[in-house]
Design a protein around this ligand. Structure first.
Ligand SMILES: NC(=O)c1ccc[n+]([C@@H]2O[C@H](COP(=O)([O-])OP(=O)(O)OC[C@H]3O[C@@H](n4cnc5c(N)ncnc54)[C@H](OP(=O)(O)O)[C@@H]3O)[C@@H](O)[C@H]2O)c1
Length: 362
């Protein structure tokens, strides 16, 4: 029988579970670095947690820092008064604020390493957006620093914690669909090509791989484990990042997975896990499935429906809170070795595709 990995305990994420608050009895004080799209979405969900204090936000500009702080009720805000406009001065002040316990890094991928490193060096716990970094060398450095400092570090792969995904893993573990033989998963959307936009720019770690592939990859990674082989093909833009990529994963058991990530088209945005007795299909979303369709044998499918508070990020935020309050330095559901292994796999895929970034090791 196939056993899935990183199954969370559902009661970890309930607001009433005393275990999640017992360790400190105090709310965690959050500092948020950046005021872009995901910073805004995740902060709105953070505000739903009763034991989160929105302490500080930093931005490259005073106006955006102040507006974000006012919108969400942050106690203070920082910004970059320096000449280069990199945001470094703002986030340095934030990570050195003694009233910040945990830093949420919501900058583009290429800035994750510098911001997370500064936060860890300042003694702060870190939740860092995906992809953790732009290459495995950067990821390994951050992980070593967090471990040496005894600080919590987690890549913000929120989909590992959402109820639809966790329920799919429970079904696989129960043996209901038998042994998993193959998985197919995809994610993407049409994004206007713009060499300067963070989703495309080589200097920002642009392309479908670092932005999207972590989500389809979750499904085989959770149900079959780390693959033995990865074969990648892709279509690159004129400026050298992947507009789309197709990965075939192979396993020693003979199981296979096919993953598609794309920035040029619409698509089903779906995961299908196929076993010897039946299959599970996500309906509506691959990264936060609110519906699962389960078909056993030749029976009619049954549907399971899930509700999530906010936009679905409270589950990962509660995990960060639970771990830090319990004195854990990494999440058992999103371990750092997994983040590193995924970055190594992405390095390998980029070698196969011919995609390089300016801050890759020479
Ligand atoms: N978990 C999810 O569901 C999810 C969804 C989307 C994105 N993400 C991840 O979150 C990260 C940010 O994505 P996003 O969509 O929020 O991007 P975005 O809307 O472009 O926002 C990024 C923000 O980072 C700050 N920043 C700092 N240095 C920057 C630089 N050199 N260039 C551009 N911006 C810089 C800016 O905020 P200031 O102007 O305030 O400094 C900017 O608004 C990415 O790593 C992405 O993979 C995760």
């Amino acid at each position: 029988m196939t056993e899935s990995r990183f199954v969370a305990r559902p009661d970890w994420y309930t607001a009433t579970n005393p275990e999640t608050r017992a360790a400190t009895g105090a709310p965690l004080r959050w500092g948020v670095v950046a005021t872009g799209g995901i910073a805004r979405t995740v902060t709105a969900d953070l505000a739903l947690l009763e034991d989160a204090a929105l302490h500080a936000v930093s931005s490259r500009r005073q106006s955006t820092a102040a507006a974000f702080a006012a919108d969400f009720g942050f106690a203070t805000h920082y910004y970059d008064g320096g000449p280069d406009g990199s945001g470094a001065e703002g986030y340095r002040q934030l990570v050195n604020d003694p009233d910040v316990d945990v830093v949420y890094v919501a900058t583009p991928h290429a800035q994750h390493h510098a911001v997370a490193k500064a936060a860890l060096e300042a003694g702060k716990h870190v939740l860092c957006e995906k992809s953790l970094t732009i290459n495995a060398a950067e990821a390994a450095e951050l992980i070593a620093l967090a471990r040496a400092s005894g600080l919590f570090l987690m890549e913000a792969v929120w989909s590992r914690f959402v109820p639809g995904f966790q329920r799919a893993l429970q079904i696989v573990d129960s043996g209901e669909i038998g042994d998993v033989e193959w998985v197919r998963a995809d994610l993407g959307f049409p994004a206007p090509v713009d060499e300067t936009a963070r989703i495309w720019a080589p200097a920002a770690g642009g392309g479908a791989l670092l932005d999207l592939t972590v989500y389809p990859l979750l499904w085989p990674w959770a149900t079959l484990g780390k693959p033995a082989t990865v074969s990648a093909t892709g279509a690159l833009t004129a400026f050298g990042v992947d507009r789309q990529n197709a990965l075939t994963l192979g396993y020693d058991s003979g199981a296979q997975a096919q993953l598609m990530s794309y920035l040029g088209s619409f698509g089903p945005r779906q995961a299908v896990v196929c076993g010897t007795k039946g299959m599970i299909e996500t309906v509506g979303s691959v990264n936060n499935p609110l519906e699962l369709r389960i078909t056993i044998g030749w029976d009619a499918p049954r549907t399971e429906v899930f509700e999530v508070p906010g936009r679905g990020y409270t589950y990962e935020l509660r995990e960060v809170t639970r771990c830090i309050q319990a004195g854990l330095t990494e999440s058992p559901t999103m371990p750092l070795d997994d983040s590193l292994a995924v970055m190594e796999l992405f390095d390998d895929v980029r070698r196969q595709l011919g995609v390089t970034y300016p801050n890759d090791p020479r």
